[in-house]
Write a protein that binds this ligand. Structure first.
Ligand code: MEV
Length: 463
């Protein structure tokens, strides 16, 4: 079928074919905003009404916000962009990213193009169970407690599924297992911790697992005579991991070795691991935000998982063999595609439609893929030109506006700042203020301005 508007061919299923996809999103960053919408609609990533809603500025009426949180006074808007060039498990997909940091979208799109042309991205899910915890802090006899709970395991699972998780059971999920852990209190004595394992289907599952654990509190206390201290889900969901693998073929050996060395750095040094993983989350958090998912939960889980060996490590690992660079990311990325904000927020729904995901597991796999690609982009930049060049090139516009340049002055200031960046390899707001002063030939611009918090008058003069 041909799009009536621009001749971009779209497969009759509504899914854009590879070649058409490539063509439609070529040079996307250089297109005017209206044309970006036109192309996204043409390939089926957005509907016409979604495009109109975005053009109109998204949500304004705070009724929805009142349903989400308390003491609402408005919305905090952050930019929503799309990363292009992603082909994940053989499927072309446009990635919505809600993020404020310069160069994340550009780096993701650029690195995805490299992978698309020279390699591939594959993903898989490892496990499907989330974890709820029931703590018995002062267990009187751990062995007896464990034996009593395990002997009643089937009854506890059945009653939790019948009385609480029946909706999940109807969708093919529900509570599947109960385990008992002996946890050292740090003083030579032990607490008992019951783990309740459940399949949340396409929900993130926090509410349901918390309800199940609170429901099981009564039966466990009657069964054992011990007192339950607290019940809550765990964000360290090592029973539901997601893995992404990226390969690049025929890579320059020197570049590959540099990336491998950078990867080793992040596996053996927690100071580097933290920054490496922050870069990975640069690819993951913006998808979580765009789709209305709980990014704090994923962050907590990822960092706890990164510490599972006893020291904090990278969640990605790159190796080079036989001319091929291969990266792997493995982490708990527990997300939902139904329920809560995901369902109610129109932009979250739009983002999910754009991704074309059919399950929460698929969304999680896309997050892992984008996180790994983002990591590759960062490592490539860090081990070659450095991060400043690309980042600051894109940051120049922010500096220009921060210095108070008017629309007319922006291109002139930007051009001059790019030259300074090329020459000195660094650039600051002070440079922008100085360039603006030169351009205006106007000494009224006060260079003693507080550079941390520039304020602008209507005319754009820094005050
Ligand atoms: C910056 O937001 C992210 C990086 O620091 C990631 C990394 O160092 O790998 C560039």
């Amino acid at each position: 079928m041909k799009s009536p508007t621009n001749g971009i061919s779209v497969a009759s299923s509504g899914e854009t074919t590879g070649a058409a996809f490539d063509g439609a999103l070529q040079g996307f960053s250089k297109l005017p905003r209206d044309e970006r919408f036109r192309r996204l609609v043409a390939i089926g990533a957005l509907t016409e009404s979604e495009a109109q809603a975005l053009k109109a500025g998204g949500l304004k009426d705070t009724t929805l916000a009142e349903n989400f949180i308390e003491n609402v006074i408005g919305y905090f808007q952050i930019p929503l962009g799309v990363a292009t060039n992603f082909r994940i498990d053989g499927r072309d997909v446009v990635i919505p990213l809600a993020v404020e940091e310069t160069s994340i979208v550009a780096a993701a799109s650029k690195t995805a193009k490299w992978v698309r042309e020279s390699g591939e991205i594959k993903t898989e899910s490892l496990g499907h169970l989330i974890i709820g915890q029931i703590q018995v802090a002062r267990v009187r006899n751990f062995d007896r407690f464990e034996a009593q709970v395990l002997a009643a395991k089937s009854d506890l699972i059945n009653s939790a599924n019948t009385d609480v998780a029946f909706g999940l059971v109807a969708r093919g999920g529900g509570v599947e297992d109960i385990q008992v852990r002996k946890v050292d209190r740090g003083d030579g004595t032990f607490m008992a911790v019951v783990h309740v394992l459940a399949d949340p289907c396409d929900a993130m599952g926090a509410n349901i697992i918390n309800q199940v654990c609170e429901y099981l509190k009564g039966p466990i206390e009657s069964l054992t005579g011990d007192t339950v201290t607290m019940c809550i889900l765990s964000n360290l969901v090592d029973t539901k991991l997601t893995r992404a693998t990226v390969t690049i073929n025929d890579i320059d050996e020197d570049l590959a070795q540099r990336i491998v060395e950078a990867s080793l750095f992040s596996q053996v040094d927690p100071y580097r691991a933290a920054t490496n993983n922050k870069g990975v989350m640069n690819g993951i958090d913006p998808i979580l935000i765009a789709t209305g998912n709980d990014w704090r939960a994923v962050e907590a889980g990822v960092h706890a998982y990164a510490s599972r060996s006893g020291s904090y490590r990278s969640i990605t690992k790159w190796s080079y063999m036989g001319g091929q660079l291969m990266g792997v990311l493995e982490a708990p990325i527990v997300v939902g595609t139904v329920g809560g904000v995901t369902k109610l927020h129109p932009t979250a729904q739009m983002s999910l439609n754009m991704l074309g995901v059919k399950s929460a597991a698929e969304l999680s796999r896309i997050c892992a893929a984008v996180g790994l690609v983002q990591n590759l982009g960062a490592l490539k930049a860090l081990t070659t030109v450095g991060i400043i060049e690309g980042h600051m090139k894109l940051h120049i516009r922010n500096l220009t506006l921060g210095a108070g340049a008017s629309e007319r002055e922006v291109p002139l200031v930007q051009k001059r700042l790019e030259e300074i960046l090329m020459m000195t390899k660094r650039i600051s707001l002070q440079n922008a203020v100085e360039v603006l002063r030169e351009i205006r030939g106007d000494l009224r611009v006060d260079l003693r301005v507080d550079l941390r918090a520039p304020s602008k008058t209507e005319s754009g003069t820094v005050t």
